[in-house]
Design a protein. Structure first.
Ligand code: FES
Length: 362
C-alpha cells in the first residue's frame, strides 16, 4: 500500500456494495492455464469481506449471461482491491474460458456478494489444517494471507494437491510465507512431475498415510477443505476412517454435494408435497402467483419475468439470496446463507419452496 493510499483510507467511509460495477485494474498470469483478475470500484471505495468468501459474477458469453462464483483469492487485510483467480476448466460451460480469453484491463463487470461461510474467521482455532486441490487453493491463499498479515501466529499446516509442480498456484508466495513464519508449514502433492524439473515432494493421490506423515496431530486441528467433489469426498472418507470429529471439518464447493451414507445430512422438517397449493406475492410487481409447494421461488419468479441472479442452483453460492417479508418457506441449502441472514428474513430462491402464502421483496 502506498502512503497516498493510506491517507485515502481515512476519507473513504463506505465499502463496495454489489450495486456498483467492478473495474478490472490488473490481470496477472499465474500458471499456463490460470490468471488472477484484480478489480476496484470507480471511486476507490474499499472492500470488506471474510477471507475465504466468494463473489458471483455475470459473464457475458456469446451464448448469453452466465452467473459464475469465484472465491476472492485476495485478503480483506488489503482492502483497496479484490481479485479472483480463474483456472481454465476443460469440461466447464465456458464461463472461465470466456474470462481468461476476453476480460482485460479497464473492462467493467457486474458482481454479487461477497457470500459464503467458508472462513477461518468464523472458526477461530489454535491449529488449522488446510487441504486443497487445483483451484481449491483460492480460499486457502485468502485465509493464509489474512492470517499472515495479521500475524495471528496460529499453527497452520497446509496440504495442496496439483496435477504437476508447474500448475501449483501461488507456490512462491506460500513458500515465502512459510519461510518467514515458522507457524506455517506447507506440503505439496503432485500427480505427475514436470519434464526436466527435479521434484522431491510427495507424488500420487492424497491418502491416509500422507495425512499422518504431514499432520500427525490432525485430530486436534480445525480442517478446511476445498477442491473437486471427488477430492473432498476422498478427504471425508479418510477422516471418517480415522474417526475424526467432523464438527471440526469445513468444506467449500461450487459443485453439487455428493454424500455417502456416513455424511448424509438429516432433515426432520416438512417435506413439500406436489398436491398442496401455495402462493407467492412479489412486491416489486404487486403480483400474486399460485404455485405448488414443490415449486422453487426461483422458478416461480422466472415464470412472471423476474430475474433473480443464480449460479449454482443448489444452495451453495448465495447469489439468489432474496428478502422474504412474510410467510414460511421450506429451505434446504448447502451453506450459501448464514444463520444471521436467515434470522433477518433472507432465503435462497433456488432451494426454497413456499409453504402457504409467502411475500417476497423482489
Ligand atoms: S443459485 Fe446458488 S445458492 Fe441459489
Amino acid at each position: 500500500m502506498r502512503s497516498s493510499d493510506l491517507a485515502k483510507l481515512k476519507d473513504v467511509p463506505f465499502y463496495w456494495n454489489d450495486e456498483q460495477r467492478l473495474e478490472c485494474v490488473m490481470v496477472m498470469p499465474e500458471t499456463r492455464n490460470a490468471k488472477t483478475f484484480f478489480f476496484k470500484v470507480d471511486d476507490d471505495q474499499l472492500f470488506n469481506y471474510e477471507p475465504g468468501q466468494f463473489i458471483t459474477i455475470e459473464v457475458p458469453t456469446e451464448n448469453g449471461i452466465l452467473h459464475r462464483s469465484y472465491t476472492l483469492s485476495t485478503t480483506p487485510s488489503r482492502p483497496l482491491s479484490i481479485g479472483i483467480t480463474v483456472k481454465r476448466q476443460e469440461d466447464g460451460q465456458g464461463g472461465s474460458a470466456w474470462l481468461l480469453d476476453n476480460l482485460k484491463l479497464g473492462d467493467s463487470i457486474k458482481a454479487y456478494g461477497p457470500s459464503g461461510v467458508f472462513s477461518c474467521r468464523s472458526h477461530p482455532a489454535k491449529k488449522y489444517l488446510f487441504i486443497s486441490a487445483g483451484s481449491g487453493i483460492t480460499p486457502m491463499i485468502s485465509m493464509l494471507r489474512w492470517l499472515y498479515d495479521y500475524s495471528v501466529h496460529t499453527d497452520i499446516t497446509f496440504i495442496h494437491c496439483a496435477a504437476r509442480p508447474s500448475e501449483i498456484l501461488f507456490r512462491d508466495e506460500v513458500e515465502h510465507m512459510s519461510k518467514r513464519d515458522p507457524d506455517i508449514k506447507v506440503s505439496w502433492i503432485v500427480k505427475d512431475t514436470d519434464r526436466y524439473d527435479v521434484w522431491t515432494g510427495f507424488q500420487g493421490r492424497f491418502n491416509q498415510i500422507m495425512l499422518e506423515l504431514i499432520a500427525p496431530d490432525f485430530a486436534s486441528r480445525e480442517i478446511f477443505c476445498c477442491g473437486s467433489e471427488g477430492f473432498m469426498q476422498s478427504v471425508r472418507d479418510i477422516l471418517h476412517a480415522e474417526e475424526f470429529d467432523m464438527a471440526q471439518y469445513h468444506e467449500e464447493s461450487f459443485g453439487a454435494p455428493i454424500y455417502t451414507q456416513a455424511d448424509t445430512p438429516e432433515h426432520d422438517d416438512v417435506v413439500p408435497a406436489d398436491d398442496v397449493e401455495a402462493a407467492i406475492h412479489f412486491n416489486s410487481l404487486n403480483t400474486e402467483v399460485a404455485c405448488k409447494q414443490t415449486d422453487t421461488l426461483l422458478s416461480v419468479a422466472k415464470e412472471v419475468g423476474i430475474v433473480i441472479p443464480s449460479a449454482c442452483m443448489f444452495g451453495v453460492c448465495g447469489s439468489c439470496k432474496i428478502k422474504k417479508t412474510s410467510g414460511e418457506v421450506h429451505m434446504i441449502h448447502n451453506g450459501g446463507i448464514s444463520d444471521a441472514e436467515v434470522e433477518s428474513g433472507y432465503v435462497l430462491a433456488c432451494c426454497s419452496r413456499a409453504i402457504g402464502r409467502v411475500v417476497l421483496e423482489v
